[in-house]
Design a binder for this molecule. Sequence first.
Ligand code: FUL
Ligand code: CA
Length: 659
Amino acid sequence: MFGANNSVFGWRLLKKIPRVVAVVSLALASVAAQAIPSAVHPHKQPSGAPKPYGALPSEQQVAWQRMEFYGFIHFGLNTFTNKEWGYGDEDPTIFNPQKFDADAIVKVCKEAGMAGVIYTAKHHDGFCMWPTKSTSHNITKTPWKNGRGDVVKEFSEACKKEGIKFGTYLSPWDRNHPDYGKRPGDAYTKTYNKQIDELLTNYGPIFEIWFDGANGGDGYYGGAREKRNIGDPEKYYNFKDIVKKIRRIQPDCIIWGAGHYGDARWGGSEDGFVNYPHWHTIGTKGKERGGTGTRDGERWVPAEGDTKVNNAGWFWHPGQDKKVKSVGKLMETWFDCVGRGANLILNVAPNRDGQLDPADVKALLEFKKARDKLYHKDFALNAKTVKASNVRGANFAAKNAVDGDMDTYWATSDNAKSPEIEITLSQKAKFDVVRVREEIRLGQRVDAWALDAWVDNNWQEVVEGSSIGNQAMLKFPRGAVTTDRVRLRITKSAAAPCISEISLFKFPDSVDISTADSEPVISGIRKNKWKVVAPVAGTNAKSAIDGNAATFWKTDSLKTLPQSLTVNMGETISVKAFAYLPRQDGSFTGMTDRYIFELSLDGKKWHKVAEGEFGNLRASPEEQIIEFTPQRARFFRFTGTRALEGDYVSAAEIGIVKE
Ligand code: FUL
Ligand code: CA
């Protein structure tokens, strides 16, 4: 890690140390260069502040939770293979994105309101997108920039240039490395540690590092092509020591995952959705639940909801432009994630040219516009008057809750756990969204609250909430109200409430949440002339070609794989891809993750046109479109050779894309 593009000459040190000193103290500098000191300042509570309650965030976590929204970028060999999970044997020469421009991509991310970007420096395929010394399976083996490129560097520098933060994803699971999964302390874990060192030392401040929990088992593993079981990931990777090391090298880096040692947790779905009530704390005894957290859990490990701007995949896939999420859907996700106190990480995937899909860019910018409209006026800000049923003292005045400053808060005396605060707005306004925030540095205290509006000379409850934490932003279920008076009632709290902000907004009329795309897109040609060819396992094979995502074919009469479905399309056409939509009912039984696909002109002589694996279906059961060299056919045969669970095949839909 102290090689040619060695951190001694890193931008940070050059900025801070006079040139002469830097040159003279070369030997020492290489040691010093390892660490990036904390830029986070300790926070002091005003005198008389309430005692903290329960597990507390670090100041780094507070800063991170205030970021709210940043981007995810999946870009690597999978971009060129149409796969979600590379097997580990991919040929590096396929990576050659001729128009890759990190600046252009990061610019869009910034314009979309992202506070940072996290890039997949290594995914499960084990291929390193920077010139690492840890393995030869890396970017230097590609024709891109004649093997002298460094995607991590380009993204980190683009972020610096745009003034947003840079983070990285380094998959612990490595389907390429020959020694993967041997034993704790094996050659692979040493390699992995080197990779962490390089990424945290050579690319400036990393705001977050992602230790993905996926460990699928089988892979290339240097040619062994077998299944490897690592047992307890915490022990195998030794996350305890990894976390210790990261704290030393980059104390401000938020560690995502890493078993019981990390700073941030998964939101529990790849839809960005987290549950409500939502707790920032989790238990340490294996009871923690990603999407909900644990009330009064032992550790502060806030959630990050992850999802994609489309319903296609984390990496780029052909046809994904038709699956971009609507602004309504993205806004719904915003409320279901950020609005519940979690951070949202939203993925965009550059294509094979190394550019963002215009459809994705459009969605990102429209999403930003909708949020700007939502937030453009906070009707409670600097209200005319604010009165509370109880105030702890001058440092904790009621007006602190509407001053637009997250560091000031209204607090009550210790025994006043169900107080009220009444806000008179500077003028009458129409609104339908309330956002409440706690001073999380003192813990997550509130369990339940309600908002009343003064309408027709009466207090009317407009919305009820449970947890608050970093924020609870709720839309009024019965629509907007017009008034100049509201009242927040804290109805249950474990300790004196500390409310840092109360805001009132109007959800933009131009955004229609009811159109939030609930049905998955089904790709391909119409199927009305299609006929299932007997014999076929199971009884409801027609459900795989009925154009309905809710019905599915599932074999059950045979108990072994492989099992097939043969279809006569009723006409001879040139076929360039097939589409597999996994069952959408939440079960994994028969969900095919290994397939063979064949075509035939007469239903007798068959040509295999595709064979492979669908990755990541468990977390993201989305339609998979598999392209191949176009061929004329009247019949196709889909065969499942392996399932996520059970010896079955199932499919909500199988489709055909015509050339
Ligand atoms: C998952 C991975 O398996 C996916 O491929 C993707 O990287 C997603 C963000 O995390 O666990
Ligand atoms: Ca405040």
